[in-house]
Write a protein that binds this ligand. Structure first.
Ligand code: NAD
Length: 349
C-alpha cells in the first residue's frame, strides 16, 4: 500500500450548550471585532451569537444566500470593512459558511464556524462563488475555519426534511471519499464512521427531532464527512450534483439525496472496499447490489425525495447534464460512458 496523508488543521469544540463558549474561541484567536454572518432566516440565532460575544461582536450581516452570489459576497466584505472587522463568525449551514469563506478569501480574515446543518463545509478549504449563473470553486487553506464550535442544540430547529437531506449530503461526501483516488486508511476510517453515525442517527431524528443524543451523533458524523470531503478528491456523484445544481438551480442537499443511490449502483461494482465499508455502516454485506438497495431503502424510509423530477428538473435537460459531465474528465472507480450516464440520470429522474 502506498499513500500520502496530508492532514488539515482542525480545532473542534463540541457539545450541547457550547455556543456559550464562542467568545472564548474568538478571544483565543486574539480577535476583538468580529462580524457575525448568516442567512436572513437565522437572524435571531446570529443575534444570539453576537449578544454572547458582547463587545467582541462588531455587527451582524444576515444576507447569506445559497451558492454565494458574488454580489452577496461583495456586500458582506464591504460590511466587514465598514465595521473594521478583524474576523468572521459564521453561524448556519453551507451557505453561511460559504459566505464567510468568500470574505476570508477577499480580506484574509480568520473564520470561526458554528455549523447548524450537516453540509460539512466548515471542515474544508473549498470555497465557491456564483457569478452570472456559473459557480466557480477552488481550494485555499486560508478559508478553512480556525475553530469550529458544534452545538447540537442549534440543530434541533433544523426541519426534519432538511435534516434528512443534509445528512444524506454528508453521507455522499463519505461515500466518494471511500472510493477517492487520493483516499488513505485514515480518511477511510473517518468516512465509514461518519456515514455510520449519520445513517444511525437520522431515523431517531425523524421520530424525535429534539433528541439531543441523536442530534449530537449526526453532527459528529457531519464533522467526519466534511473532513474527508476536504481531504480527498470527489468523483462522479459530486460532479453530477454540481452540474444539476448549477445549471438547473436544483436544491443542494435534496439533489445529493436523490442522486446518491444511483451513483452507488453505478460505481459499486468498481469499488469493492468502499462497498464493504458502506455495507458495514448500513449493517449489510458489501455486495454492491445489497448496499445499493439498503441505501435506497434507508433514504426512502427517512422520507427523502426520490426523483429529480420532483425537485423541478426538466426532462429535456438530461442530455445537457450528460454533455457537461462528460466534458471534464475526473477519476471515478467505474467507467462513465454516454450510455451509462444517460441510464443513471433517467433512473434518477
Ligand atoms: P443552507 O446553508 O443553504 O441552509 C438551508 C436553509 O436552512 C437556510 O434557509 C438556512 O437558514 C436554514 N437553516 C440552517 N440551519 C438551520 C437550523 N439549525 N435551523 C433552522 N434553519 C436552519 O444549506 P446547506 O445544505 O447547509 O448548504 C448548502 C450549500 O453549502 C451549497 O451551496 C453547497 O454548495 C455548499 N457546500 C459547500 C461545501 C464546501 O466544502 N465548500 C460543503 C458542503 C456544502
Amino acid at each position: 500500500m502506498r499513500f500520502v496523508h496530508d492532514a488539515l488543521p482542525m480545532r473542534v469544540v463540541f457539545g450541547p450548550g457550547r455556543l456559550a463558549e464562542l467568545g472564548d474561541e474568538v478571544e483565543r484567536l486574539g480577535l476583538t471585532r468580529v462580524v457575525v454572518l448568516g442567512t436572513p432566516e437565522q437572524e435571531a440565532t446570529l443575534q444570539r451569537a453576537a449578544d454572547g460575544l458582547g463587545g467582541r461582536a462588531a455587527g451582524v450581516f444576515a444576507g447569506a444566500r445559497q451558492h454565494v452570489p458574488v454580489e452577496v459576497a461583495g456586500a458582506a466584505a464591504d460590511r466587514a470593512r465598514e465595521l473594521g472587522a478583524d474576523g468572521c463568525v459564521v453561524v448556519g449551514g453551507g451557505s453561511s459558511v460559504g459566505l464567510g469563506k468568500a470574505v476570508a478569501l477577499r480580506h484574509g480574515l480568520p473564520v470561526v464556524a458554528v455549523p447548524t446543518t450537516y453540509a460539512g463545509s466548515e471542515m474544508t478549504p473549498i470555497w465557491g462563488l456564483t457569478e452570472d449563473g456559473v459557480k466557480r470553486t477552488g481550494r485555499d487553506r486560508s478559508v478553512l475555519p480556525r475553530s469550529v464550535v458544534y452545538d447540537p442544540e442549534l440543530t434541533v430547529s433544523l426541519p426534519v426534511g432538511l435534516s434528512v437531506t443534509s445528512g444524506l449530503n454528508a453521507v455522499a461526501h463519505a461515500v466518494e471519499a471511500l472510493w477517492a483516488p487520493d483516499g488513505t486508511p485514515i480518511t477511510a476510517v473517518m468516512a465509514e464512521e461518519g456515514a455510520r453515525a449519520l445513517l444511525s442517527a437520522l431515523p431517531s431524528i425523524v421520530s424525535a427531532p429534539g433528541d439531543l443524543e441523536a442530534r449530537g451523533e449526526a453532527l459528529q458524523g457531519a464533522w467526519l464527512c466534511g473532513a474527508v470531503l476536504g481531504a480527498t478528491t470527489m468523483s462522479l456523484h459530486h460532479k453530477l450534483c454540481h452540474v444539476l445544481g448549477g445549471s438547473f438551480d436544483l436544491p443542494h442537499a435534496e439533489t445529493h439525496a436523490v442522486v446518491l443511490p444511483h451513483v452507488v449502483a453505478h460505481n459499486g461494482p468498481g469499488a469493492p472496499a468502499a462497498m464493504a465499508a458502506l455495507g458495514r455502516a448500513l449493517g449489510v454485506t458489501g455486495d454492491p447490489d445489497t448496499v445499493t438497495k439498503a441505501l435506497a431503502a434507508r433514504a426512502r424510509d427517512l422520507g427523502a425525495p426520490t426523483s429529480l423530477a420532483a425537485l423541478g428538473m426538466p426532462a429535456d435537460g438530461l442530455p445537457r447534464v450528460v454533455e457537461q459531465v462528460l466534458a471534464a474528465p475526473y477519476a471515478n472507480p467505474a467507467p462513465v460512458t454516454r450510455e451509462s450516464l444517460t441510464a443513471l440520470l433517467e433512473a434518477a429522474f
